[in-house]
Design a protein around this ligand. Structure first.
Ligand SMILES: Nc1ncnc2c1ncn2[C@@H]1O[C@H](COP(=O)(O)OP(=O)(O)O)[C@@H](O)[C@H]1O
Ligand SMILES: [Mg+2]
Length: 240
């Protein structure tokens, strides 16, 4: 479980998250929802360790405080982020894009090609997203949905304990969202992976997640099971 306690984040002159407290349960999918500009991406940045709160703390069950460099490094190693589709390198084959997920696991100056072991891990990850047959296709030859699945494979190849996604389905058609969702759910069940997804489409968020955190102006306005997110909660978070 990840616990955010009284987390306050400032970006530039603005305080963007105000004394935010929430819990992210392990081995489940949490959706972060809210209107544009409420602080969803900022919250994800705090969760992947790239944004430091000015006060409050983030703690992970079984790990030392996040302020300690060693635990921060360990936390980052166990975390993977799915970016939007344009984060692929177009001229590289799908499998090489997946291998980039392992870039921090080999020496930065290594002149050697990826090890066979790493290549086979990348093939397994591509297989998990149903794209093994496209392994050698250049990224710019793939469809939008395929590119997004390569992005998911690049995160999965890290065998993360925590998988984060910032609107990872923004350009994926609904049928594929269902497929990727099923696959994530399987990883959650099989490997106990914890997933946090920022989603602007509330229907998708509710269909995919166990828990919903709804933000309004940098504060938690809903924190509860997806199945209890009703029209009243929806109005509170999306109206104005
Ligand atoms: N690098 C930055 N510098 C200053 N303000 C920022 C920066 N990034 C985001 N913000 C502001 O922080 C607020 C929350 O942004 P963000 O977390 O991206 O919201 P969301 O993902 O919900 O759309 C917004 O008001 C935005 O303008
Ligand atoms: Mg955002």
């Amino acid at each position: 479980m990840i616990r955010l306690e009284n987390v306050t984040v400032r970006r530039g002159q603005n305080e963007v998250l105000h004394h935010l407290s929430a819990e992210i349960p392990s081995a489940s999918i949490t959706a972060v929802v809210g209107r544009s500009g409420v602080g969803k991406s900022t919250l994800l940045g705090v969760l992947n360790g790239l944004i430091r709160p000015v006060s409050g703390q983030v703690s992970v069950a079984g790990m030392a405080a996040m302020t300690c460099p060693v635990s921060l490094r360990e936390y980052r190693r166990r975390t993977a982020t799915v970016f939007q589709e344009h984060a692929l390198i177009d001229r590289l084959p799908a499998i090489d894009n997946v291998l980039l997920g392992l870039a921090d696991r080999r020496h930065p100056l290594s002149p050697l090609p990826w090890s066979n072991d790493m290549r086979s891990q990348a093939a397994v990850a591509l297989n998990e997203v149903g794209l093994l047959h496209r392994a050698t296709a250049r990224a710019d030859r793939l469809s939008g949905g395929e590119r997004q699945r390569v992005g998911v494979a690049r995160a999965l190849v890290r065998k993360p304990s925590l998988l984060l996604g910032d609107e990872p389905f923004a350009s994926v058609d609904p049928a594929l969202v269902g497929q990727i969702g099923d696959m994530l759910r399987e990883q959650v069940a099989r490997n106990g992976m914890t997933v946090v997804l920022v989603m602007h489409q509330i229907e998708t968020a509710l269909a995919l997640s166990d828990k919903v955190i709804g933000l309004v102006n940098g504060e938690v306005a809903y924190d509860g099971p997806a199945c209890e997110f009703d029209t009243e909660a929806q109005e509170r978070i999306f109206s104005m």
